[in-house]
Design a binder for this molecule. Structure first.
Ligand SMILES: CCCCCCCCCCC/C=C/C(=O)SCCNC(=O)CCNC(=O)[C@H](O)C(C)(C)COP(=O)(O)OP(=O)(O)OC[C@H]1O[C@@H](n2cnc3c(N)ncnc32)[C@H](O)[C@@H]1OP(=O)(O)O
Ligand code: NDP
Length: 299
């Protein structure tokens, strides 16, 4: 390969509609996806549906859930798709969601995908206590409350289950400009490790799943604006491309499958090695305030 030949990077994923596991692998299984109405949650739900799963989508806004329900019900091979409105910070409402799952689907969810999270870019010195609380309560406490209810129900019934918690790689590295979310995701990673040991004896597997940069049309405006400031996102990744949401879905369907039953307490990163990236000569530091176009700090 001479210096003029373009580098291949990591190959493009198989096309939408392809699946890694056999058709019908999830027939008769119920998968609950929080935040399943938008973005990566909807993409993960679609891959379970393609393999025959029934779905229960959970989030706060019907305008997110209704179109997703309609779209996912049309996936060839999908089981019934229902949804429940719920703020995952509300433990009482979460209990009602599990009651509704049994009423609608005749079974507890076999798989819980904790995908819902909250995030906005902000320099830490500007962050309000309420802004911190909103992100940590949704991302960490909400994940705990959903997982606790899933575990309690299965322990009471003596049935097995699989939990996946969607994380972010700044759980390991810290996330300048996203300190609340990074701290919460570090908590999620730790929670996975604790619960995998606590509940393994009861047949409940608990794993983390971390997407790399996977742009999608539902990204919040301020994250989208931040990304738009950096042209050619593909060239900024070691894979020479960003991730496709379906790649997270394929990883999730593997992690909750019988082939991954001995994997528990693990956090799988699907990011083409982006979080491992280190340069001998780093790019100059741009302070977070400057990245976010903020003027000098004014207390
Ligand atoms: C430098 C930019 C680079 C960008 C490129 C990198 C991208 C990497 C991203 C990697 C990881 C991604 C992780 C994700 O989690 S993405 C998921 C994002 N999705 C969501 O957040 C869901 C939708 N979001 C929300 O609903 C809201 O943002 C919120 C989380 C705040 C919802 O909570 P709640 O309904 O309780 O919120 P309130 O409206 O009552 O607000 C609570 C306090 O938070 C303050 N707030 C809210 N939004 C913002 C904002 N955009 N900026 C600053 N502060 C905000 C709000 O003011 C409240 O605080 P106060 O009462 O003190 O005012
Ligand atoms: N996209 C990316 O590149 C990356 C994403 N991630 C992670 O992937 C996951 C999905 O992110 P993404 O799809 O991009 O983001 P989205 O903003 O599309 O999804 C967030 C979802 O969470 C739901 N949600 C937020 N707050 C609550 C709440 N209190 N109760 C119930 N549901 C709630 C929202 O639905 P509603 O508003 O209806 O409540 C929405 O569907 C998150 O865990 C995120 O941290 C990590 C790294 C990179």
């Amino acid at each position: 390969m001479d210096s003029t030949t373009p580098l291949p990077g990591l190959s493009a994923p198989p096309p939408p509609g392809a699946h890694a596991l056999s058709p019908g692998s999830y027939d008769g299984r119920l998968v609950l996806v929080t935040g399943g109405g938008t973005g990566l949650g909807r993409a993960v739900a679609a891959e379970f549906a393609r393999l025959g799963a029934s779905l229960l989508l959970v989030s706060r806004r019907e305008e997110h859930l209704a179109p997703a329900r309609a779209e996912l019900a049309k996936v060839p091979g999908a089981g019934p798709v229902t949804s429940q409105l719920c703020d995952i910070r509300d433990a009482d409402r979460i209990a009602e969601v599990f009651d509704a799952a049994v009423a609608a689907h005749g079974r507890l969810p076999d798989v819980l995908v904790n995908n819902a999270a909250a995030n906005f870019p902000v320099p830490s010195e500007d962050m309000t206590p309420n802004g911190w609380r909103a992100v940590v309560d949704i991302t960490l406490t909400g994940t705990f409350l959903m997982t606790r209810e899933f575990g309690r129900r299965h322990l009471a019934e003596g049935t097995p289950g699989s939990v996946i918690a969607v994380g972010a790689s700044y759980a390991w590295t810290g996330g300048p400009g996203f300190a609340h979310s990074a701290a919460a995701k570090a908590g999620v990673k730790s929670l996975v490790e604790s619960l995998a040991v606590e509940w393994g004896p009861y047949g409940i597997q608990v794993n983390g799943l971390v997407p790399g940069l996977m742009p999608h049309e539902d990204m919040t405006a301020d994250i989208r604006t931040g990304l738009d400031r950096a042209p050619d996102p593909d060239a900024r990744q070691p894979a020479l491309r960003v991730g496709a949401p379906r790649e997270l879905g394929w990883a999730a369907t593997f992690l909750a499958s019988p082939y991954a039953r001995f994997i528990s307490g693990h956090t799988l990163v699907v990011d083409g090695a982006n979080w491992q990236r280190r340069d001998l000569v780093n790019a100059p530091v741009t302070p977070v305030r400057e990245q976010l176009d903020r003027g000098p700090f004014a207390p």
